[in-house]
Design a protein around this ligand. Structure first.
Ligand SMILES: [Zn+2]
Length: 457
């Protein structure tokens, strides 16, 4: 009995002290992580190297170079295990020709438009497609004007809603014109679809992105036009509704081919069978560098491993960096990894995805049991060192969302106001990423990863 009582006394004496010690340790480490990220700027250096490789769209030659480069980085970080995870990917090539112009009815005016093909689109005949234009702002309006649509190029001109605080909502309110415009246009006899670029910036740079076809509905070419040229075309149509637009695209779809997710991990010291994934997608649209989307997420994920190693932190659980292929078109990399996770012997405790640009940290969206979210919210004092203000229930990201058996799926959320200025366009270059903003994101992901590793969920 005496032994028992003394054990209780010892426990009461020791436990609060050790918890306090742990808190202090986390506090100290989170500060060190932030300082090291901001000082070394390892992620930013990696981003410059990754962006120098060239366009990383699935199946593009540079995408394979990027895979080798990532594997080499993981190797230099002295990972315990590195592997290339096989994925069958779609291949779409832009080709050389992207041209659009309109001519007025009296043929006095020929006006070029700034366009680019949408990913997945078929090309046009070599001489292009020339037709009159029907401008609409919604699929409902297209239905109402269906009788006027046959044989025309359908011009979807609904703008990005600038009135909303949350830029992703502005994007979400306009993007179906890009993804499904060609399907809806073809249903009413349209011969091509031209879509106002889905961007928050008032410039004239076209923004690409994936578009889809539907079985049983004829495939028609589809392109995006810069917003200033979209406005110009709209004005021209008011003066001259019968003007003719010509569209020439040489893009093409080729048979699928093998590519890879790139994976590297640091084995956990106490619970190696419990895994925390950190990831982003390695593929990117071919205009620009794919610096924000999603070079930033890739280098931040690599930097999580770098920071742990640099600070001599040996995580209790396994930290696995997964760089996914083909997010932009068909998420085949995410599907393949999700399938792997469904039968893998190791447990996927958590996955953290960064795919919203390399901007200043704001928070983390979490898909998990409310009790787990509450537990994570207790860590905010540490995460505030990296400028994280909140943790709340929310969607994670398209790549990790396929890991259905994970305990928590977590989306890193940086400030979103500028993301759609760059997204999927020639604007998304390495110079558009600020090193300190990027590094704070890496630090935030590292702190959260470490806390999950040590505390569990
Ligand atoms: Zn992305």
């Amino acid at each position: 009995m005496r032994v028992f009582l003394s054990l209780i006394v010892q426990f009461l004496l020791i436990y609060p002290i050790s918890a306090q010690d742990l808190n202090n340790e986390y506090k100290k480490l989170s500060v060190q992580i932030v300082k090291t990220a901001l000082t070394d700027q390892k992620g930013y250096q990696l981003l410059k190297d990754l962006c120098a490789i060239g366009p990383r769209l699935s199946g593009y030659p540079s995408s394979y170079e990027a895979i080798d480069w990532c594997a080499a980085q993981l190797d230099s970080l002295d990972c315990d295990r590195i592997w290339l995870h096989s994925v069958m990917i779609p291949r779409w090539f832009r080709g050389e020709t992207e041209e659009a112009f309109y001519t007025s009815t009296n043929k006095t005016e020929k006006q070029e438009l700034n366009i680019n093909a949408l990913g997945g689109s078929i090309g046009t005949p070599q001489d292009g497609i020339s037709a009159e234009v029907l401008e609409v702002h919604s699929f409902d309006e297209l239905q109402e004007k269906a009788e006027q649509a046959r044989g025309k190029i359908i011009f979807f001109n609904r703008p990005f809603d600038q009135s909303v605080l949350y830029s992703f909502a502005g994007y979400g309110g306009a993007v179906n014109q890009r993804t499904k415009g060609a399907i809806e246009a073809a249903k009413v006899g349209g011969v091509a679809s031209l879509v106002r670029s889905v961007t928050s910036l008032n410039d004239n740079v076209p923004h690409t992105g994936v578009m889809y076809y539907e079985d049983g509905i004829s495939k028609i070419p589809s392109a995006a036009v810069g917003v200033q040229d979209a406005n110009m075309l709209s004005d021209a149509l008011k003066d001259d509704p019968s003007l003719k637009l010509t569209l020439k695209l040489s893009c093409e779809n080729l048979p699928e081919e093998e590519s890879y997710n790139v994976i590297g991990e640091i084995k956990g010291t106490k619970y190696p069978q419990e895994v925390i994934v950190v990831g982003g997608h390695l593929d990117a649209w071919d205009k620009g560098d794919g610096a924000h989307d999603d070079g930033a997420g890739c280098v931040q994920s690599l930097e999580v491993l770098y920071l742990l190693k640099k600070l001599g932190i040996k995580p209790s659980r396994t930290i696995r960096c997964v760089l996914f292929m083909d997010e932009e078109q068909h998420q085949t990399g995410a599907k393949a990894y999700g399938y792997y996770a469904s039968y893998a012997p190791e447990k996927h405790l958590a996955a953290i995805e960064s795919d919203r640009g390399g901007f200043t940290p704001r928070g983390f969206n979490v898909t998990a049991d409310p009790v787990i979210i509450e537990k994570m919210q207790n860590w905010l004092p540490y995460l505030k060192n990296a400028s994280i203000d909140w943790i709340r229930k929310g969607g994670s990201g398209p790549d990790i969302a396929r890991i259905k058996n994970a305990t928590a799926l977590i989306g890193y959320v940086p400030d979103g106001q500028r993301y759609f200025d760059y997204h999927h366009s020639a604007n998304d270059v390495v110079e558009a990423v600020h090193p300190r903003e990027l590094e704070l994101g890496s630090a935030a992901m590292t702190i959260l990863t470490y806390l999950i590793s040590e505390e569990g969920l």
